[in-house]
Design a protein around this ligand. Sequence first.
Ligand code: TRP
Length: 362
Amino acid sequence: MEKVILTGDRPTGRLHIGHYVGSLRRRVELQNSGEFDKIFIMIADAQALTDNFANPEKVRQNIIEVALDYLSVGIDPEKSNIFVQSAVPELTELSFYYMNLVSVQRLQRNPTVKTELEMRKFEGGTPTGFFCYPISQAADITLFKATTVPVGEDQKPMLELTNEIVRRFNHIYGGDVLIEPQILLPDNAACLRLPGTDGKAKMSKSLGNCIYLSDTAKELKKKVNSMFTDPQHLQIEDPGHLEGNTVFTYLDAFCTDDDFAQFLPDYKNLDEMKAHYTRGGLGDGTCKKFLYNVLNTRFEPIRERRAYWEQRIPEVYDILKKGTQVARERGIRTLEEVKKAMQINYFDDKELIAQQAEKYKG
Ligand code: TRP
């Protein structure tokens, strides 16, 4: 079977290092592994509009930001198709058919949507489009017959729903038109949900606790220096706590033994460093300096690639346009199969036309 990746992001802001460890880094590895026949990376503008419908300018501005972030982390348009969701109308059509296969009650149980609804506090009720976005996400995945969906943990309920829809569709309409995708979560616990610099559960633009991929070295240093650590660790000699200590969570997510050799040769690895911190005698300043160096070496090449593409914006739009064409070609094919299975391909169905003609012959 063909191995196909589909994944994507809502263009509501620049991507941050939570996106990086949660998904982007993995995507680049998968892309370069050569194990996949096709890779589709979608800028989910239509989904972004489900809660930003009154602010299309924000979505419009952020298409290019997300595209620049993709290119800068090493998504290679020769190997991965980057495309724009709203420019593939087949997605909308497929979503409409899927709506019949999902109950309102089933949608109400989606924990990610529940949390988002609490955060968004929509005035005047939940927009139907927002409520239904998990269905549209199932269309995103299945229109491309994706087998693998590398995403963060919060997307798990969407993948569960997708698989239910696939089973239901194949059961009702017969055959094996649709494919059940597999979710690919980060394998390191620290990467599942990287906390914000303030130690709060999630890195989020609205909380102002993000480190962006496009932050300068100076901004990065400032943010690392103000990071939440262990409030009880007042003196260097005091024993420190690792639990909830954001600096160590980030080190878990980012650092390798090579970083110690390069920046902090007092320790061979993170375990040794943690042991010293817990024992007492290792200051937060040293830890932060190390973390800054680790992050800066990771993000320097990313920043450089961003600067390169920032000078080639029309070319970036061209990449999106070409990627979208390729995505559409695949989408059109799947939708034809879907409509055939659903028996709504009236004009292409010679047998149907002949049958109907026969019925009315004298
Ligand atoms: N919901 C995803 C997010 O908020 C974006 C997204 C839309 C997506 N469609 C998708 C991710 C399909 C994976 C597969 O980041």
